[in-house]
Design a protein around this ligand. Structure first.
Ligand code: NZQ
Ligand code: ZN
Length: 380
């Protein structure tokens, strides 16, 4: 095991913490507050942000859509450049945060912003960014990743850059009170799969990473099991902190990682508009079965330590338990449940994977287009 690890995002966690942005953003900054479709206007988060920023100079950009697009974020970039804005405050879920990261990087680049996603432009600098999180799911609030879509071509791609890692993130669980049930469920499933993508690879004897990952998975299982009793502070706080810890770099430090479920899932979202988390629930069980040769030992470890399984065939039984967990939250594990024609869907997804260079996915690069097709034959 070998790694260098730091997570330099300062977390302000707990009820009432939105006011911390007053001190967290330098007083002389010209701030751009970026948000989505307006949920923050309806639930009081916008007012709290405005109150906290009353001594700052700030303006706003709204309308970032779920699965943020280059097309929308280019408009934010133009505003940043025109008004010489020098701090971004993203107020929203993963989409607003990712879109803001993209804008933060694109504002420091003169070429076409999509060059960031294709790797033509390597991001070394960005406008500094802070976050008020309103939807616990992606972990984007304290990691260097962003996923952005080019609407014109249905390309949904990730990029990673230290320069866009948020300086701070406010995690006030009270903001979750207005989240629709569907988004709360999405958060549980997305965080679950994030942990799996860093855990279900080959055994590395990494006791800290494995043990913490198992603790987080157990949390999600308990919180999912208590979904009917979710309207309380403790439930909200635990989900928010668990989802954050699932993708802040710690459990992935020094161990191999997979991310194939995400890369295939992104194509489902880009082509068919499936919610991010729901795309993962469709792909993951079939992918785990397809890759059983590589994943059996860790599936067994997960089954024993998280689901309390024992006896024969624990690896397959673990996948069944995961499917049951998703179904208990009314999350489908087949694309057919999202009303799509099977043959044409598989061809379209494979074409997109190929055009995005996603031809050797997984911790062993063992998921070529052949395996992706096999996975989709099972999942679609
Ligand atoms: O647009 P608004 O009005 O904010 O409404 C949003 C949106 O409609 C709503 N919402 C958010 N907070 C709310 C609320 N509604 C009521 N009350 C609140 N407190 O929820 C809807 C979905 O929001 P979105 O941000 O799209 O959801 P999520 O956080 O699940 O983000 C998904 C995006 O993150 C990317 C995904 O690919 C997808 O584009 N991911 C980013 C990652 C990262 N940067 O590390 C990792 C993930 O694997 C993921 O790929
Ligand atoms: Zn995800």
């Amino acid at each position: 095991m070998k790694f260098s690890y730091v997570n330099h995002t300062q977390i302000h966690f707990g009820q009432g913490q939105i006011q911390a942005i007053a001190q967290a953003i330098p007083a002389d900054s010209k701030v751009l507050v970026i948000y989505g479709g307006g949920s923050i206007k309806r639930n009081g988060v916008y007012d709290q942000v405005a109150e906290a920023l009353k001594e700052h100079q700030w303006t706003e950009f709204s309308g970032v859509e779920p699965n943020p697009t280059k097309e929308t974020m280019d408009k934010a970039v133009a505003l940043i450049k025109e008004q010489d804005l020098d701090f971004i405050l993203a107020v929203g879920g993963g989409s607003v945060i990712d879109g803001s990261k993209f804008a933060a990087a694109a504002a420091k680049y003169e070429g076409d912003s999509w060059d960031i996603m294709t790797g033509v432009h390597q991001v070394a600098e960005a406008v500094p960014l802070g976050v008020v999180l309103t939807l616990p799911a992606t972990g984007s609030e304290s990691n260097p990743a962003a996923v952005v879509t080019k609407a014109a071509t249905h390309d949904k791609l990730p990029f990673f850059a230290d320069a866009v890692q948020p300086k701070f993130a406010v995690l006030d669980p009270d903001v979750m009170k207005t989240l629709p049930e569907r988004q709360l469920v999405n958060g549980i499933v997305d965080a679950w799969v994030h942990i799996c993508e860093q855990y279900l690879t080959s055994p590395a004897g990494a006791m800290v990473q494995d043990g913490y990952a198992e603790a987080l998975l157990k949390n999600l299982r308990v919180l999912g099991g208590k979904f009917d009793q979710r309207d309380n502070d403790e439930w909200r706080a635990n989900l928010m902190w668990t989802a954050n810890q699932a993708l802040n770099g710690l459990i992935g430090a020094g161990v191999s990682q997979d991310w194939a479920t995400h890369m295939i899932g992104h194509e489902l979202t880009a082509l068919y508009g499936v919610d991010h988390a729901r795309s993962l629930a469709i792909v993951q069980p079939s992918l785990l079965r397809n890759q059983m040769n590589f994943k059996q030992a860790k599936l067994e470890q997960l089954g024993r330590n998280v689901f309390g399984l024992s006896g024969d065939d624990v690896a397959e039984q673990t996948i069944v338990e995961m499917e049951l967990f998703y179904h208990s939250l009314q999350v489908a594990t087949q694309l057919t449940e999202h009303q799509t024609d099977k043959a044409s869907a598989i061809d379209a997804i494979i074409d997109q994977l190929e055009s995005h260079g996603m031809v050797e996915l997984g911790e062993n690069q063992a998921i070529t287009l052949k395996e992706s097709r096999e996975i989709l034959e099972m999942a679609v």
